[in-house]
Ligand binder design. Sequence first.
Ligand SMILES: [Zn+2]
Length: 260
Amino acid sequence: MKEDFFGRRDAHALALGTACDTIFGPEWLTWELRTIRDELRMRGHDMDELNSQKLAAYKVAKTTIGPWVDMAIFENVGMVFNNRMPNVEIHQPLSVAECAVTVDCLRSSRIVTFTENVKKYIAACAADAEIMYLPDPLSFAMPYLCPPMYYCQEHGGLEKDDLVDGQCDLCVGRYEDGELIDAPIPGLEARGTNIVRFSQYDYAPIAQKYEALAVTDISGVQLDLTTVDIQVARLLDVNTYRKRKMSQLELQLGEIRTYA
Ligand SMILES: [Zn+2]
């Protein structure tokens, strides 16, 4: 590895982690941050504070499930994965692009399912940026950004759609005693089937246009000032940033293989 590998501003957290794996083997994941820094310095690698934090975030992702279950931890590692120094004093929400890169980084560490807590956080970041549709890798947060709903013709009401069997919660008495039973109560099995499902708003035009453009070379794309096009443009920016981080990572991993 080149001497300045650990001192670069654009060093990718996963590349730094992989470099440590190569140099020390897996045991460095149990070391204190200060020990890691000392061991690197002894091998001629200096590292600034932000890059130390990137290694700390990499460790958290490799050895805990914190970022998948706790939105504060998700936000903190997310800042670092995106080259920003976390500050415990102030709350600094991630942009949607940063959320996407954070999910990419976490996914390549381990496959864990995100809890509702983190999904809601990502949806809130999108709502804050007035983004109406979340493509891969954030699509799992979409039901929290744009909740699925249903209209029940039987009792004539609008409800949040979290149905597993497609039957209205109210009409089959699922909450009869205030507690959720995951099946219709006896005698009501045939009720509540006359429902119309929809989402809070229609994001299909944004999704379709974005998915079509995301796979093409976007430099030649002409977008208008319509709601759909403005949304698509924001998502393409997210995608561009995500791709840039990925190619940075590829380049740096290649460097580790070359110099290891
Ligand atoms: Zn109903």
